[in-house]
Design a protein around this ligand. Sequence first.
Ligand SMILES: C[S@@+](CC[C@H](N)C(=O)[O-])C[C@H]1O[C@@H](n2cnc3c(N)ncnc32)[C@H](O)[C@@H]1O
Length: 187
Amino acid sequence: MDHISLARYFWKNHLKPGDIAVDATCGAGNDTLFLAETCLRDQAGLVYGIDIQKEAIDRTEALISENLPPAHRSRVTLLHMSHAPLPSQLPLANLIVYNLGYLPGSDKSIKTLSPTSIVSLESALKRLLPGGLISVMLYPGHHEGLFEAQTILNWASALSNETYGLSHHYRPNSSKSPSLLIIKYRT
Ligand SMILES: C[S@@+](CC[C@H](N)C(=O)[O-])C[C@H]1O[C@@H](n2cnc3c(N)ncnc32)[C@H](O)[C@@H]1O
């Protein structure tokens, strides 16, 4: 199973119709659309997509408009801003996802960075409902991505085991492949 399918397997198993999901790095909008298709119903559920790049917000908006019925489109809110920290007006969420790095086919200099990713993850802990999940896709295949992945895994390993359940999914035979960190806010 590739890394994106693995993350979506977790998301699909976790989300129920009517839940609230946040995509903190909406990029081309593929993950935001997947979250919307998984948890939105006509009168229920909310999805938020955040990206620091206007191009990403525009691409996500176009994908949402093309693929969701109007009643669902109005339940998706896109925010052109940094995710560090997550805005305090966000409702508490069942799932907050990060797909780190840069937007393929776009300006590679605009990418997630360790200090801001940690600020964002700290704020994500405060915006989770009990039982909620944070999903973080890490890309250790290049120098900066490796540093970011190590920083985030160190940060996560210091979280209280009583409050947060952690799992880290990676390919044991390929240290450069993406890996998935899941943080569960225990009930
Ligand atoms: C790998 S892409 C995300 C791909 C996306 N999930 C999708 O389905 O297409 C990473 C995104 O993170 C965004 N990003 C980088 N730093 C950010 C920040 N501080 N706040 C919000 N978004 C950021 C980039 O602009 C880029 O679009």
